[in-house]
Structures are given as C-alpha cells and as structure tokens.
Design a protein around this ligand. Structure first.
Ligand code: GLP
Length: 235
C-alpha cells in the first residue's frame, strides 16, 4: 500500500488526477468512480483537463434506492453534473435505484466481469465504509441492496432538504466487486476522516471496518491531505 500525504485536498486531487492520466497512458480503459464530496475536486480537474475519455468506460460504485436518474440527489445526477456532461465517456454504467433488486445487482456483476476495472476511485465514510458497504458487510459481498447506517444518513443529509428525504437503502458494489479492481485509489480529506483512515490503514483487518480489507489488495494508493493523515503513526 502506497500512502501519499499532501498539504491540501487540491494538491491531493491533482496527484490522483496524474495517477489516472498515467494509467490511461498505459492503456487503462475502465474507471471505477465514486461520489461524495471527496472526489469533487478530482472531477473538476478531469473536466478542465485535456484528457479525452471518449474511449473510456466508467462504472460507479453505488446509487440510492428509490431515486430516479434525474433526481438532483441521485448519484446519476451527481456524476453527470460533475463529470459526464463535460467529458463524455464511451459508456457509463451506474446502478439504477428504481430497478428490481435481484436483476439489477446480478446484471451489474456481469457488467463488472465484462469490463474489469483498471482503476477504482474510493472515498471513505467516517465509519470506514467504502461504496455503501457499512461496517459488518461480508468481505465476500458482491453488488447488493444495503441498509444505510444512521451515521451515513446524517453525514449525507447535507445534500437533502430534510433528513427524512435521505433514502434508507442503496445498491452498492460489494467488497469483492471492489477488490476485483486492478488498482485502487482511496482518497480522504479532513479531520473527520482521520480516525477511519487510521483504522483502515493501521488497524486490524476486520469486517467491522470495511476499508481495512484494502490492506490485502496488491495495488492500493491512499491519497490524503494532512488533516486526514494526522492520526497515522507511520507517515
Ligand atoms: N456512498 C458514498 C461513498 O462512496 C463516499 O466515499 C462516502 C464519503 O463521502 P464524502 O466524500 O462526501 O465524505 O460516503 C458516501 O456515503
């Protein structure tokens, strides 16, 4: 695991962008993408770049259940606003939050198998979740319906008019689906992430802290700002 610490989220995002550029120059064709505030700067840098994504495929980690694609709180909407509208890809795969559970999750696994992810971008929840895989999720999990923790609902309610509007369920790529990516870039910014980052990188590998499984993956780059790295003992 390679750990990169930059002074600011902007510098860290620029570093992540350069990694993606390098991978694309080496032939990467499939990007695994995340939502949330963490990758917003990276997507801005991608939007403003001269990189051409028209030969690329994207696969997104997760989507809220019950929200249509054009709902401004959906991850579909987020991805179009922050990246896809400005930088068209050959194909964008996102889970459909309105689709039937069994069919949608099985089909998404087929998509991942047919389009192996070259570089997966990840954020991390304050409870150590990756995608929407909350603590306690099996390390063997594949794409499935998940129940969101109250702490996740509370963290994400800033995007909604009211806490009660935040969906309680989501579809998420599972831990195994994420681990099947050839390379993984985990980004975390801010002091609220410091404890989760320390547990993920230096704590025991346990289903109680989903991101800790990344310690077992061969090609993980963790890109932090100083605030998110402040609790690490090995810097
Ligand atoms: N499902 C998303 C995750 O993919 C994201 O990485 C995480 C952190 O979000 P943020 O980057 O806004 O802190 O929480 C959300 O719930």
């Amino acid at each position: 695991m390679e750990i990169i610490i930059k002074a600011t989220p902007e510098e860290a995002s620029r570093y992540a962008f350069e990694k993606i550029r390098e991978e694309m120059e080496r032939g990467a064709k499939v990007l695994g993408l995340a939502t949330g505030s963490t990758p917003e700067r990276l997507y801005r840098i991608m939007r403003e770049s001269d990189l051409d994504f028209s030969g690329m495929t994207s696969i997104n980690l997760d989507e809220y259940m019950g929200l249509s694609e054009d709902n401004p709180q959906s991850y579909h909407y987020f991805m179009h606003k922050h990246l896809f509208d400005a930088k068209p890809f050959k194909k964008n795969y996102l889970l459909d939050g309105l689709a039937d559970e069994t069919e949608e999750c099985a089909q998404f696994e087929e998509i991942i198998a047919a389009n192996p992810i070259d570089v997966q971008i990840l954020g991390i929840g304050t409870n150590g979740h990756i995608g929407f895989n909350e603590p306690g999720t099996s390390f063997d999990s594949r794409t499935q319906k998940v129940a969101l923790w109250q702490s996740t609902i509370d963290s994400n309610k800033r995007y909604f008019a009211d806490e009660k509007d935040v969906p309680r369920f989501a579809y998420s790529m599972g831990i195994q689906s994420i681990l099947s990516s050839r390379k993984i870039i985990l980004m975390a910014f801010g002091k609220e992430k410091a404890a989760a980052v320390k547990a993920a990188l230096e704590g025991p590998i346990t289903e109680d802290l989903p991101a800790s499984i990344l310690q077992t993956h061969k090609h993980v780059t963790v890109i932090l700002d100083e605030a998110a790295a402040q609790m690490l003992s090995k810097k």
